[in-house]
Design a protein around this ligand. Structure first.
Ligand code: SF4
Length: 114
């Protein structure tokens, strides 16, 4: 083994440590993004999106998307953006940066699960 190879191995080990550190740092980001705090109806984005924790309380004059027979069947728990089981009380929603929304809730970004 010559000196060059030794340096290269050291460099490789250093890189591995740095990369490992980077992976550890990156793995912390999703934990921050998936902060498990619930979205409040009073928040500006929630109000803009018409989010409510109880979909039966949607102002259908303001958000006609949820009016009528088809609209009455729209809930967070059957929305494509709801990252939870259909029977879970709450789950992360990507519209709200993966914060928790109510399974019985609704917002104007509702889209049917395919
Ligand atoms: S995008 Fe879907 S899951 Fe998210 S708040 Fe709106 S209706 Fe609920």
């Amino acid at each position: 083994m010559n000196k060059k190879q030794t340096i290269d191995r050291r460099g490789f080990i250093k890189l591995g440590i740095q990369t490992g550190g980077g992976v550890l740092a990156l793995s912390a980001i999703p934990m921050q993004l998936t902060a498990q705090d619930a979205v409040a109806e009073s928040e500006p984005l929630a109000q803009a999106m018409g989010y409510v924790t109880d979909a039966t309380k949607v102002d259908t004059a303001k958000f006609p998307k949820r009016s009528g027979e088809a609209g009455a069947n729209q809930f967070c728990h059957n929305c494509a953006l709801y990252a939870g089981e259909a029977d879970s009380a709450s789950a992360p929603c990507s519209i709200f940066q993966n914060r928790l929304v109510s399974g019985k809730g609704w917002c104007n970004a509702w889209v049917a699960k395919s």
